[in-house]
Design a protein around this ligand. Sequence first.
Ligand code: EPU
Length: 416
Amino acid sequence: MDKLVIEGGHTLEGEIYVSGAKNSAVAILPATLLTEETCIIKNLPSIKDVYYINNILLQLGAEVEESGCKFIINSLGVDTYEVDFELSKKLRASYYFVGALLGRFKKARVPFPGGCDIGIRPIDQHIKGFEALGARIKIEHGIIWAEADELIGTSIFLDVVSVGATINIMLAACLAKGTTVIENAAKEPYIVDTANFLNAMGANIKGAGTDEIKIKGVERLGGCEHCIIPDQMEAGTFMIAAAASRGNVLVKNVIPTHLDSISAKMREMGIKVIENGDSLQVVSNGRPRSANIKTMPYPGFPTDLQQPMSVLLSIAEGTAIVTESIYDGRFKHVDELRRMGAKINVEGRVAIIEGIKKLSGAPVCATDLRAGAAMVIAGLTAEGETVINNLTHIDRGYEKLEEKLLQIGAKLKRIP
Ligand code: EPU
């Protein structure tokens, strides 16, 4: 397994470009199954999760022509609704094949998804949605079986705000009879992006980005062209890395409003965040002030940036209370940060971080995707050398991370 060796203590300066959003890409690619016509998807990030989803599309019989960050996909030849076990367990987002295949064939057989080990991740709200639309769901031997004579629109109130359930129900409901209303829907930018894609295919979805989404079923969907939005988590990771290194970095290709909760928190900590069109400049000269964070569904502070932000709080002045309200197991990075000298106590879903002046380099492990990003930031700011083991998780979600960081002055290299 690859390792990343980082020589810490270098200030990050210059411009860094953000790729397309992972969590949009992994929903939009399965959505192309809803038409027999050709879809052109642009600005796809070159990451392992996209590669895994692409493999599932190919296994199902879709034709995919790749040209850099553009995929041209035609699903006319798809003649099975059964996803391969090995492919499905590689990532979380394979659950979107249930909604997409159910929409297209009224049948789906999808092995349980994999993904980061960040706590309990049930899919009961997805199932509740499919059942409400008229599907029969059975879970046997680790496989989700879904079948419907027909899908009929209805009202679904989600018990928890779920990105995955909101998108999955949208996928299944586009071609259903009548109108589906999702209440207490998630509002993340990926949901708006996926709804925009489906509408470009001819769907009739209104309200994406609010907590009530109305989907009027249509007879058929057609091909279209769509450009994936920038990845707010990759952008946020770069913003935090810039601040942790006390640098001056222009993070390019962002939608600044998607990052409002991060920018506001960083400003509260005394870091300058300057908005300029589709760029955000982060300038930090001294040690930041500490601040409390509580993770919330969008537009609140995202759970995906809690781990990277914990690194910045570890070297801030003062004590921070970090409350993780989305996942019960998203503090695995804390043990790794402690190896680097961080003073953090965890009590259930709360971490208390007492800021120290500097972290010190150490051998650490990337226990999940964002924990990996956190370790990279920790290594960049620490004194001495940090070796990060197990880069598989980082490669699932960050495109060319080393190359991008090298361009802004980081000193790091991957050792195969
Ligand atoms: N939940 C349920 N039942 C469900 C679905 C979710 O109880 O049926 C709970 C979860 O356990 C969690 C909360 O609801 O406590 C939110 O989960 P959500 O369904 O929103 O998460 P997800 O759709 O599985 C996506 C992202 C995650 C991101 C979360 C929260 C994808 C592929 N994944 O997961 O991204 O953390 O939303 O914003 O879109 C990452 O990129 O590192 C990552 C983990």
